[in-house]
Design a protein around this ligand. Structure first.
Ligand SMILES: Cc1cc2nc3c(=O)[nH]c(=O)nc-3n(C[C@H](O)[C@H](O)[C@H](O)COP(=O)(O)OP(=O)(O)OC[C@H]3O[C@@H](n4cnc5c(N)ncnc54)[C@H](O)[C@@H]3O)c2cc1C
Length: 429
């Protein structure tokens, strides 16, 4: 039996605590908040999309950063195993659109309650209001820096500060599992502390940036269109890469205009891929009529014109788009919306087709971490043994969950990363 300290009582921390306690280890979890799973509580808009009921291959296709690293974790504990795990804890589940799995009650609090109850049953101690501040090593790192690259170092204890009773102390540990999460929605407690723990011993960090996050757009029209939501649009992003304009992302689905730019499912997914090109200058193109070609759209507009040749342009094409979008599209095409349809030239009509099929916006950046569902970047996976989650250059230190440079699209995949990496922690006797 080993004395294990888990830092962070979020999704990954709770699962690691449970699996290690089930193997007979003595587990203490340090959590800086006053309760467990503050981020878990807000997942899936409070409904907690705990996983995606898919096979391993589909899961890996939905992982954006470092899917290969997750082979061992996902084949060891896949979505089917996640579902069975929660059902064994007495949580009834339901699978909804897109294979997204939720608790039947649609309350994330039930997921947290199931996990905390199991921790309690297993005798896991959770110290709330306790922030881990430093990992203490057996070697004196300050004097042994030259040897660090070559030698395996060992954690001895975890220093902590208790925020409620203003106390601090040091907790001895045979093994330490860092499950501190990323940097997004910092009010939930994920403030990047795990990066400092890794950085202090020279582990490589991949620069973190917000992902699954709305985008800020330069053009003012987004503000005017705030609240307009579009269901079946196609979006395409282009950036200058090595002196050439390159398509960096394309998708189809729902989007929404906001006071700062754009959001909605296709935009959030896009942000995970285009984030790294932000400094290159990114243009976004919307196709408002992706189901038909330019020629078909032109023919459709011609028919509308023929049916109402005496009407003003804005009325003749009123059925094509939501009302609020119409003046913006007509202005983008540099046309006069009050012009009579029978006075619109072919060239003008084609510029209208172009505005509908290739509407350009300029991406200014992403929103910040506090609006990001996930953090991209973190502790480099090259520092971690994927079979055990142990930091390669330490004897008894493990990293799991969002603190690692792992992230996926929405749909339950990010929590599956937390569950699978937690279950993959392998501590040898
Ligand atoms: C709004 C929102 C909705 C989301 N919805 C979904 C969804 O429906 N499905 C899905 O798959 N994913 C979703 N995600 C992503 C998912 O929540 C994360 O991927 C997941 O919570 C990561 O788990 P984790 O345990 O690694 O980190 P976290 O859940 O962030 O847990 C880390 C814990 O560590 C604690 N901690 C940090 N530093 C210290 C320290 N120094 N000492 C002590 N404790 C510390 C924190 O307080 C926190 O409790 C959502 C995210 C957000 C923000």
């Amino acid at each position: 039996m080993k004395k294990i300290v888990v830092i962070g009582c979020g999704a990954a921390g709770m699962l690691a605590a449970i699996q290690l306690a089930r193997k007979g280890h003595s587990v203490t979890v340090l959590e800086k908040n006053e309760k467990a799973g503050k981020k878990l509580f807000i997942t899936g808009k409070g409904r907690c999309n705990i996983t995606n009921n898919c096979d391993e291959e589909t899961f890996l296709k939905n992982v954006v950063s470092n899917p290969k690293f997750l082979y061992s974790s996902i084949y060891n504990f896949n979505p089917e195993a996640t579902i069975a795990f929660f059902e064994e804890l007495g949580l009834r589940l339901t699978t909804q659109r897109g294979n997204r799995v939720f608790p039947e009650s649609e309350h994330s609090s039930d997921v947290i309650a199931a996990l905390t109850k199991e921790m309690k049953r297993l005798g896991v101690e959770v110290w709330y209001n306790t922030c881990a501040t430093e990992l203490v090593y057996i070697q004196d790192l300050a004097t042994d820096n030259d040897n660090y690259e070559k030698s395996l170092i060992k954690v001895k204890s975890v220093r902590y500060r208790q925020t409620d009773v203003k106390n601090s102390g040091e907790l001895e540990a045979d093994c330490v599992v860092v499950a501190t999460g990323g940097m997004s929605y910092q009010a939930t407690g994920s403030t990047g502390d795990g990066y400092s723990f890794a950085g202090e011993i020279g582990m490589k960090l991949v620069e973190s940036r917000p992902a699954l996050v709305p985008l800020e757009i330069k053009e003012e029209l987004c503000k005017r269109l705030m609240g307009v939501s579009l269901k079946n649009v196609s979006v395409c992003f282009e950036a200058r890469v090595k002196g050439k304009t390159r398509k960096i992302y394309e998708d189809f689905g729902e989007m929404l205009f906001t006071h700062f730019g754009v959001s909605g499912p296709v935009i959030l997914s896009a942000s995970s891929v285009i984030g790294k090109y932000m400094d290159n200058g990114i243009d976004m193109y919307i196709d408002f009529k992706p189901a038909i070609t330019k020629e078909q759209l032109d023919a459709r507009i011609l028919r509308d014109f023929d049916a109402s040749s005496n009407k003003q342009l804005r009325n003749a094409i009123a059925e094509l788009l939501p009302k609020s979008l119409l003046p913006e599209i007509i202005a983008y095409a540099k046309l006069d919306m009050y012009k009579k349809v029978n006075e619109v030239s072919k060239e003008e009509r084609l510029s209208l087709v172009d505005a509908l099929k290739h509407f350009k916006l300029t991406v200014k950046g992403t929103r910040d971490f506090n609006e990001a569902i996930i953090t991209q970047g973190g502790v480099a996976v090259s520092e971690i043994n994927p079979q055990t989650m142990q930091a390669k250059r330490t004897e008894n230190l493990y990293f799991i969950g969002e603190v690692l440079d792992l992230d996926a699209y929405t749909g339950g995949y990010n929590l599956q990363i937390a569950w699978s990496t937690a279950m993959n922690v392998d501590i040898k006797e």
